[in-house]
Design a protein around this ligand. Structure first.
Ligand code: KIV
Length: 264
């Protein structure tokens, strides 16, 4: 695969071609998923849960993220690498710039941060300084203690209107990608239709421009009850590579997520 960049993703959106994003945290899996056709690798702070065994993403540090980003860079075969700014590493603009620089030096092509319109100034400044930003809306796991748990967001009309407006403001501030987690299908569809930038979904229904999953979830190796939106792609696949290839095809042809993986 030739190298994927933001322009590639914007063209995919324009042409109605869905693309696949998956987490990876090391060189071997970065090689495997990018060779299998995944366009965007997310070095997610979910590594706190799936690699470190923590019960949330809150203990993850910039140092952890830079270490795993560097490893992913070594194995990557042309995917765009997005790295999470972890909890409390972007609580003001200067801190965000310093920590984003750390992740970009480690090999990230862009960063992801969580939050609504309050992040507009930070997004604008990072973009101005050469750091493309993905903004994570809906269920934002770093705010689990404020949200009162891992719950679907934007079900009530006021919250839905607020998310639509957040998406508009953040895109205007320069967000290069929006990511919606655990959002009702119709709201995600409306945000996707109203955005010029690609919108990635996880538990946000089939109408977003792309899908993302945590690698360990889609390989069926995360212990405990799997969230509604997760599909175990190892079932029906004879190898990990085949499972990832099946995920990529299912995202591209729109067969994943199915209604049973979505919130109405
Ligand atoms: O950290 C992560 O893996 C994420 C995904 C759940 C989108 O943010």
């Amino acid at each position: 695969m030739s190298s994927v960049n933001l322009q590639t993703l914007i063209e995919h959106k324009r042409n109605g071609r869905k693309f696949a994003m998956l987490t990876a945290y090391d060189a071997s899996f970065a090689n495997l998923v990018s060779s299998a056709g995944v366009e965007v690798i997310l070095v997610g702070d979910s590594l706190g849960m799936v690699l470190q065994g923590e019960s949330s993403t809150l203990p993850v540090t910039v140092e952890h993220m830079a270490y795993h980003t560097q490893s992913v860079t070594k194995g990557n075969q042309g995917a765009l690498i997005m790295s999470d700014l972890p909890f409390m590493s972007y609580s003001n603009v200067d801190q965000a710039l310093e920590n984003a620089a750390e992740l970009m030096r480690a090999g990230a092509h862009m960063v992801k941060l969580e939050g609504g319109r309050a992040m507009a100034e930070t997004v604008s400044k990072l973009t101005e300084m050469g750091v493309p930003v993905c903004v994570h809306l809906g269920l934002t796991p770093q705010s689990v203690n404020v949200l009162g748990g891992y719950k679907v967001q934007g079900r009530e009309q006021t919250a839905a209107l607020q998310m639509l407006e957040d998406a508009r403001i953040l895109e205007e501030a320069g967000a290069a990608i929006l990511l919606l987690e655990c959002v009702p299908t119709l709201l995600a569809e409306e945000i996707t239709e109203n955005s010029k930038v690609p919108v990635v979904g996880i538990g946000a229904g089939p109408h977003t421009d792309a899908q993302v999953l945590v690698l360990h979830d889609m390989l069926g190796i995360t212990p405990g009850k799997k969230p509604k939106f997760v599909k175990d792609f190892m079932q029906g696949s004879s190898s990990v590579v085949e499972a990832v290839e099946n995920y990529v095809s299912a995202v591209r042809d729109g067969s994943y997520p199915a209604p049973e993986h979505s919130f109405e």
